[in-house]
Ligand binder design. Structure first.
Ligand code: FES
Ligand code: FES
Length: 163
């Protein structure tokens, strides 16, 4: 019988307590327990970035993050991004800049971009390329994704100053 553990954390702003099996990953819990299916299972081996979420503000691959290490942490998924008026400027920029084709990589890309913009609101192209280097896209060629992140940076800046 696998060992279990009670884990307390905050998910998209809501406090949660969950008894987890030690082998569970955060991605498993997001999709199978909370039905937050915006976070995608791409490779399962830490290579594609499609499963990224923010953990305490840092973009992290949830497929390789053990649930039992989530104690006390704050998780933001793509659903939480949608519900935040400032953060959702990022996915809106992806749409405006035609940075989405099949869309499978998009939630992870948006999370990686948001993680960057929270840390560095004025990134260069090089900063964006580096921040997205762990995210694979099979469709877009990355050019419009890069444009979208820079566009989002400008809109987030305007939003902040409009407050
Ligand atoms: S599914 Fe997590 S990195 Fe690919
Ligand atoms: S839009 Fe299809 S994988 Fe990126």
């Amino acid at each position: 019988m696998e060992q279990t553990q009670l884990v307390r954390f905050v998910l998209n702003g809501t406090k949660r307590e969950l008894t987890v099996v030690r082998s569970w990953t955060l991605l498993h819990v997001l999709r199978e327990v909370y039905h937050l299916t915006g976070t995608k299972y791409g490779c399962g081996t830490n290579d594609c970035g499609s499963c990224k979420v923010l953990i305490d503000g840092k973009a992290t691959n949830s497929c390789s993050f053990p649930m039992h290490k989530l104690e006390g942490k704050h998780v933001l998924t793509i659903e939480g991004v949608r519900d935040n008026p400032k953060y959702r400027l990022v996915p809106e920029a992806f749409v405006r800049c035609h940075a989405v084709q099949c869309g499978f990589c998009t939630p992870g890309m948006v999370i990686a971009a948001l993680g960057l913009l929270l840390e560095n609101p004025h990134p260069t192209e090089h900063d964006v390329a580096e921040a997205l280097s762990g995210n694979l896209c099979r469709c877009t060629g990355y050019v419009n994704i890069l444009k979208a992140v820079l566009d989002a940076a400008g809109r987030m800046e305007e939003y902040t100053h409009g407050q």
